[in-house]
Design a protein around this ligand. Structure first.
Ligand SMILES: NC(=O)c1ccc[n+]([C@@H]2O[C@H](COP(=O)([O-])OP(=O)(O)OC[C@H]3O[C@@H](n4cnc5c(N)ncnc54)[C@H](OP(=O)(O)O)[C@@H]3O)[C@@H](O)[C@H]2O)c1
Length: 276
């Protein structure tokens, strides 16, 4: 990433903070970043870190090489339209909005009926805030190798990155890792509640549940064995784990997870239809 590279976030909320936290300090100074956000409080938060801010797009946006749209999907079209006058051929546009297709975005950004294709659609997740994110990226045809490398480096600074071929791929990423942290939090809450109801103090139940997730995840990441093998290792015939897994199986946990992910994917498609 070159020293001179400059970034603008359009929308300075949770996701912009998560992405910026991995970039500012590590790879660039706060003054390399411009945040455009109508909210006074949001701007004050960024300014306190030395980041330049603006209430609305102005000429400074045109001088930024990479624009990252991080507004809620329902505000994206309006945000894009207000920024479009400042687009230059040097601008690489990245959108992290859920559910808005790359095709719609490229139409909104386009001029005189010509779609804008120097565009990357990205689906990150909030653990990016601590450098442990997981993101899927989709590049349109105007994105060159340097742009790809740049996006890979930027998102790679805050977690794992995979590339997908189309919007359906991004919707699948949304259903898995975009919304995924909430599934994990729900499962953790359930385990903690289960521990408490069996008599453990809340603090201990929380400590054990978090350490179990972290430990199991790290073990799976470091091991060359399949998840199934690792699971079987914990599961002796007629033992305690087998008793628990039997209940998961009888109650259809795997089916339920798949149904939930399908609902997330369908909602992503629904959002796209609603806001495109
Ligand atoms: N949070 C997640 O886990 C997650 C994961 C993956 C992707 N995303 C995507 O990331 C995007 C941002 O989500 P978020 O959670 O960061 O939302 P957020 O915290 O609400 O941040 C969005 C910010 O954009 C501002 N804004 C609204 N209209 C604007 C405009 N026209 N120009 C500039 N800024 C504007 C909002 O101001 P006001 O509050 O004053 O309206 C708010 O400060 C969404 O599209 C979401 O789908 C989020």
């Amino acid at each position: 990433m070159s020293k001179e590279l400059t970034l603008a976030f359009i929308g300075g909320g949770n996701m912009a903070s998560a992405l910026a936290s991995g970039l500012i300090g590590k790879r660039r100074g706060a003054h390399d970043v411009l945040v455009i956000d109508p909210g006074e409080q949001a701007r004050a938060r960024w300014e306190s870190q030395g980041v330049l801010t603006a209430q609305a797009p102005d000429e400074r946006l045109g001088a930024r090489q990479v624009w990252i749209f991080a507004v809620k999907p329902q505000f994206l079209k309006q945000a894009v339209e207000s920024c479009r006058p400042y687009l230059t051929p040097e601008t690489l546009v990245i959108s992290v909005a859920a559910g808005i297709s790359a095709g719609s975005l490229s139409q909104w950004l386009g001029k005189n009926g010509k779609p804008w294709t120097r565009l990357i659609r990205c689906m990150p997740n909030t653990p990016a805030l601590i450098g442990a994110g997981a993101a899927g990226l989709l590049a349109l045809e105007g994105v060159g190798d340097d742009d790809r490398a740049l996006a890979q480096q930027m998102l790679g600074a805050v977690g794992e990155v995979v590339w997908v071929r189309d919007d359906a791929g991004i919707d699948a990423v949304t259903a898995l890792s975009g919304s995924g942290p909430a599934y994990v939090f729900l499962f953790l809450e359930a385990m903690i509640q289960g521990g408490i109801s069996q008599g453990l103090p809340e603090a201990d139940a929380r400590k054990l549940a978090l350490a179990t997730f972290t430990g199991a995840t790290q073990l799976a990441g470091l091991s060359h064995e399949s998840l199934g093998t690792l699971r079987e290792r914990v599961t002796s015939k007629g033992g305690t784990t087998a008793a628990a897994l039997d209940v998961f199986e009888k109650e259809g946990l795997v089916r339920m997870v798949h149904q939930a992910m399908q609902a997330a994917r369908d909602r992503a498609a629904g959002l796209s239809a609603e806001f495109s």
